[in-house]
Structure formats: C-alpha cells, structure tokens
Design a protein around this ligand. Structure first.
Ligand SMILES: *Cc1c(COP(=O)(O)O)cnc(C)c1O
Length: 340
C-alpha cells in the first residue's frame, strides 16, 4: 500500500527504535525523567522559548494552552477552518467554558482587519476577548504557510489589544523548511506554540508545548488535570530527540514529493488543483468527474490510500514512508482509475 492519507502514519525509524530501547528514564510526573527534560530543553531552544512541555498529543498541547490562557466565559479568536475549531471535539467549550469566535481567514490565515474586527469592545455585557489562535502550516487549507507580513500585522494587533497568542504549529517545521525561516523566527512574538513530533518528523507519539517559564509551570498542572501526566515517558521522548535532531531537514524531500505529485495530478483530465497552494507536504485536489468517495475506493483497490477531504476534494500527504518512485506510481494509478 502507498499510504498517502496522512503524515501521521509514519513509523519510527531504526535510530528511534534504538534510542527508545536505550533511553534513560524516570518518573516524569515527578519531573524526574532525564530524557524528557532533554527533549523539552531542546524544543525550547529550537522554538526560542524559555521552556517547553512534552504532551501526549498535539490536541492536548493546544487545549492545555487554551485552558491556561483563558477563563470561563472568555472568547478565543481563531480561523473557522482551524484544527482547534474543527477537530478537537469542542474541547475549549467542554473543559474550559470558553467561546470560540471564528473568522474566515484568507486560505486559513486571518488578516489583521479580521482579527481587529472580532475583538469585543470592553463593555460590561460583552465577553472578554482573551486569546488568538493561529495555525502554521494550515492543515485543512492544504499545508499553506502563513504569509509572514500578515502574521506580523496580526501579532501587532493582538499585542496592542492585550490578547495572548497561541500558535498551533503542528507542522511548524514544514513551514520553516518551505520558507527558509528558522522555527524560532516563525514563533517569535507568540505566547505559546505547539509542535508535533508524530507527523512528518516520524516519532511514534508526542508533541511539545513551549512558552514562558511561568506559563509552562501552569501547563504542567493543566496537563495533569486532563490526564496527560505520564511516567517513564522518556521512552517516547528519546524518539522525539531523534525527530528534532535528524528529521527536520529531510522534510524538504516530502515537499519535493508533494510538488511532484501535484504536478502529476494536475495533468490528469477531470482533476483540478491549485498548484500555487501546494507549499509543503499536503496536496488537495478536486475531482470533477469521479466522486471522491468512488475515486478513493478505486485508488484503494489499486494500492493507494488517500482521504476524502470534502464532497468534491481528495487529500494526499507525502511523508517519510513514501518514496519518489511510489509517488510516480501513485500518479500513474490515479490517471488510470480516473478514466471511466
Ligand atoms: C494533527 C494536528 C493537530 C493535533 O495533533 P494530534 O497529535 O493528532 O492531536 C493539531 N493541529 C493541527 C494543525 C494538526 O494538523
């Protein structure tokens, strides 16, 4: 099977398996796991933050951040297509009593005007707008990179208006590699940032939440409250260290493969694809002739897995476990099964 459903399907590398087997561990709820601490220090350094915290998943990282930044009844401005808005089961409302205030960002990236327009006036009957959540790269919109100037303008408004800013950087390293800007620059000026290790970086599990030291102190408590305090989790952190040390630069290969795939698919009659939107490792295309559900079935029967993304769109994601050869193969198969 050529599995293009997601970069989450990557399996740990032999180097990760070895590091996991040999990891020095302790009880991380007592903050005594040396491998976890090493991973957290490395992440803080890479992201230009004072401290970082290992969390089981990206979703928990985002929700811990939201719960620490807000109080019940407050509002969070975010993009209507963001992961936090759509794929985290309303956690901010369920656990924090916090209201999402979605705006329809351009290609998933809110503008300064949109953010400013969504901030409530400080009148006694209004919710207090507390937090702005941004996403880079943007998952639902096909892995686009937040335009740098727009990001800076949005941060300036947030600062002026006293909002905290959380960056969902599940694929921040993809944005960094695609734009040639170090991750710490992409995170500069935000109060907290989450990055995942279990997507393109190929670790088996885990994400990191980074921010100021006092924020992370509160995040440790919130993680425990959500049931995310783990014990000898240096086993997983050891793979995470390999991910940060050796798997970031190779994301360029995934991006090359996505470009190759997108260009191949663009040449297939009945497929529509915005090539300019393919900036990292995600390819979303429209299938006009064959319904995505049928197309996905046909692809599967020929050994290619993908996701039905919407009623007329398919998503494919490149990653470590798909070779250039398999990308070319997948394109040929797509051409063949889209004919009738
Ligand atoms: C995958 C993803 C997450 C959540 O990660 P999990 O580890 O699957 O919980 C958060 N944000 C974005 C943008 C993602 O793509």
């Amino acid at each position: 099977m050529i599995d293009l459903r997601s970069d989450t399907v990557t399996r740990p590398t032999p180097a990760m398996r070895k590091a996991m087997a040999e990891a020095e561990v302790g009880d991380d709820v007592y903050r005594e796991d040396p491998t976890v601490r090493r991973l957290e220090e490395k992440a803080a350094e890479l992201l230009g933050m004072e401290a970082a915290l290992f969390v089981p998943t990206g979703s928990m990282g985002n929700e811990v951040a939201i719960l620490v930044h807000t109080r019940p009844g407050e509002e969070v401005i975010l993009d209507s297509q963001s992961h936090v808005m759509n794929y985290e089961l309303g956690a901010m409302a369920a656990f924090g009593g916090v209201m999402p205030r979605p705006v329809a960002g351009e290609r998933g990236f809110p503008t300064a005007e949109q953010v400013e327009g969504a901030i409530r006036a400080p009148i006694y009957y209004n919710c207090r707008t507390r937090l702005l959540c941004l996403e880079n790269t943007h998952n639902m919109q096909g892995g686009g990179v937040y335009p740098r100037d727009r990001f800076q303008e949005v941060l300036r408004i947030a600062r002026e208006r006293g909002l905290a800013v959380h960056l969902d950087g599940a694929r921040l390293f993809n944005a960094s590699i695609a734009s040639g800007v170090p991750a710490r620059e992409l995170a500069r000026g935000v109060d907290s940032v989450m990055v995942t290790l279990s997507k393109g970086l190929a670790a088996p599990a885990g994400s990191l939440l980074a921010g100021k030291a006092d924020f992370i102190q509160e995040a440790v408590r919130m993680r425990k409250r959500l049931g995310g305090g783990m014990r000898q989790v240096g086993i997983l952190a050891a793979a995470g260290i390999i991910a940060l040390d050796f798997m970031v630069d190779r994301l360029a290969e995934d991006h090359d493969h996505a470009r190759l795939l997108a260009e191949g698919l663009a040449g297939i009659p009945g497929f529509e694809i915005d090539l300019a939107a393919v900036q990292t490792n995600i390819v979303i295309f429209r299938s006009a002739r064959v319904a995505p559900r049928d197309l996905a079935e046909r692809l599967k029967s020929e050994g290619v897995l993908c996701l039905c993304w919407s009623s007329d769109e398919i998503r494919m994601v490149t990653h470590l476990d798909v070779s250039r050869q398999e990308i070319l193969q997948a394109t040929d198969i797509a051409r063949r099964v889209s004919r009738h």
